[in-house]
Design a binder for this molecule. Sequence first.
Ligand code: ACM
Length: 537
Amino acid sequence: MNNKTLATLFTVLCSFLFANTFAQQTHINVIPQPNNIIQGKDHFIINPKTVITCSSEQISKNVSILSSSLKENTGLELKTKKNAGAKNSIHLKLNPVLKPEAYHITIDKKGIVCEASSNVGMFYAVQTLLQSIKPTDGKYAINCMIIEDSPQYQWRGFMLDDSRHFFGKEVVKQILDVMAYLKMNRFHMHLTDENGWRVEIKKYPKLTEIGAEGNWSDRNAPRKFYTQDDIREIIAYAAERHIMVIPEIDMPGHASAASRAYPEISGGGTGRWEGFTFHPAKETTYQFIDDVMTEIATLFPAPYIHIGGDEVHYGNKVWFTDPLIQQFIKDNNLKNEIGLEHYFVRRACDIVNSKGKTMIGWDEIIASGVTPDKAITMWWRHDKPKQLTTALNKGFSIIMTPRIPCYFDFVQDSTQQIGRRWGGKFNPINEVYTFPDDINSLIKNNQSQIMGMQASTWTERIADTKRLYYMIFPRLAAIAEDAWTNQTRKDYSSFENNIPDFLKYLDKKGINYFNPFDKKTTPEPWGPTKADVIAEG
Ligand code: ACM
């Protein structure tokens, strides 16, 4: 046999062996879909003798997470052992080469090895593993494969508006559990708005004594808010799940609750928009904001504080006539009321930065003169794609949460009666899933500025937990996969096949949802209040 024939034989042999051991890329029953999977032949069976081992203290927290979740999901109580490399083991192995959120899982007939360089990467490996282990004929078999996974985007977020209606820490914890299951990592708390100020500020007790009274449905509802201890509890709970909590204190608009508590810093507003703005021409306002930010910056360890900055024009009519404000515009060469709004946002940004934090603002802030080294923006106005491209051209880092398809106060099905639509459009799960396909052309040259994406849930028409969950789920899974999985790996039919298991998981947690496969099983909850109206826009 000459060398050439030998080489050919070797190649054929190798490809035969490889094909028998590992098949090509495929999709598995995990949300979000991992980015790289090589399927093998055969499977590993987890049995009562399987042990969990760990190579390093640095990632050992995940041993108890894995063993307790396995017990809960399968009833299997696995022993944990120090020594690595035992047969019939699930071994958690520190691999310093991997990026913090990345993980590898290798499953062969003898056992499972999960690798990560940090607790968060290992936590994600454990989530993938837990979702992959499904009983077949009473056995917990898992196919041999290699998974190499890491997220596409760093910001995989969810926002809850606790001002219009207040949901409280037990609901928040349930949402954080589901976010962790979906490898989501940013929880944005919209804490202040017209209907309630929902976070305790020690220096200004009336914010919660007066400002926390009422909600969107009932002006006289008993006051509800998070104490600073509640917030610390939420932050600690989120941190265990590798989720950062970002506070939003909305200004200079959406300030009505603060205005009710401290009328002396109200910038007025008329009719429905009474007290909608902070007073932009009083130094006492900026001192108030500085004081609030001092407490917020201390309370929340996140490197960001969101200052809102949206929709000021809804309620700034008084700015056009208030002599103090008009004089302030003249004295500071601000040209007009829009110049004043921009001035306010720049000062808010300076205050946030002075506390060692980066400011986040809704997409209105990009016109204010704040700079991309000091502020980040959330693009929300889907009907204004120019806001997105201008922000990109100015160099801003951007989190994408356009109303269509990322607002979960929009209905998710044509049969639903309560919730928003926009020119007849709404946000069904398949359209949430294809995001951001239809704006790829806008972002493709500036991909590195896209931090990620977020589902945002405003709660004017969501008065209770049952309806809240009905609006969030199962769509949250679609956003999670948009943010984690590369577009080349996304596949709606495989995602759709994975939803029933996600619904089972929600069932087990007692969480309500809309069932896109069988609408009759999950009728639209009709809340108890006048919040139940159909809304356009
Ligand atoms: C917004 O929806 N007003 C940010």
